[in-house]
Design a protein around this ligand. Structure first.
Ligand SMILES: [Zn+2]
Length: 204
């Protein structure tokens, strides 16, 4: 692309770094911003820089949060004896949207994937084990994608958590193999949490 302005070119180059955004789309977005009020564009850029600079991860569950302890972990209305293990913050949002779950979460920050060089040490595994040590937790629910990576991660975590006398369950897999949690509709996901099954039984 031949740009008439270096400023335009730089802005397009930044947008084009976003996933799924090519040069043409980046140009369209930048031209759109140029048509907006200066104040609106300022709000847009402030929101992004504040997001990056001020966001925190909950010290307990590692979910994205505005505080050191997220609202869910801080809530007395939630059942803290129930921990739902998920891959990332999108899964927390999806499960919260179902209104079928009143426990707390543990966000792993990814799934074990030898192909991508992601091992247990790259995930929030140790802190999950720590959370179980005071014996206040009665059940851990795995709500991970029904993919090879999801299954590998559950298998690993199950072995790791066996030392504790807790129930280990997995959400019912009405979800097709290869299904990503965030794409499952709320009713199906809500039902799969309510009808969760003991992990050992899910293997047969
Ligand atoms: Zn939290």
């Amino acid at each position: 692309m031949n740009f008439s302005s270096k400023l335009l070119e730089n802005a397009v180059a930044e947008f084009a770094k976003l996933p799924g955004v090519g040069q043409k789309t980046a140009l369209r977005l930048v031209l759109h911003l140029l048509n907006r009020d200066k104040q609106e564009v300022q709000q847009f850029s402030t929101a992004i820089s504040k997001l990056r600079n001020e966001i925190q991860f909950c010290q307990t569950c590692h979910n994205i949060s505005d505080r050191q302890i997220c609202e869910i972990c801080a809530s007395h209305k939630r059942d803290h004896s129930l921990i739902c293990v998920v891959e990332d913050t999108r899964d927390v949002m999806a499960i919260e949207n179902t209104n079928q779950y009143n426990g707390v979460y543990h966000v792993l920050g990814g799934l074990i994937s030898p192909m991508d060089g992601i091992g247990p040490a790259d995930l929030q595994v140790d802190s999950l084990v720590e959370r179980l040590k005071d014996n206040a937790v009665k059940e851990v629910i795995f709500a991970l994608s029904a993919t090879m990576e999801g299954d590998t991660t559950i298998f690993y975590l199950n072995k790791k958590l066996k030392q504790f006398t807790i129930n280990i369950s997995t959400i019912a897999r009405g979800i097709a193999f290869g299904g990503e949690l965030e794409y499952v509709d709320e009713i199906t996901l809500g039902r799969s949490i309510v009808t969760r099954v003991p992990y050992e039984n899910s293997l047969s």
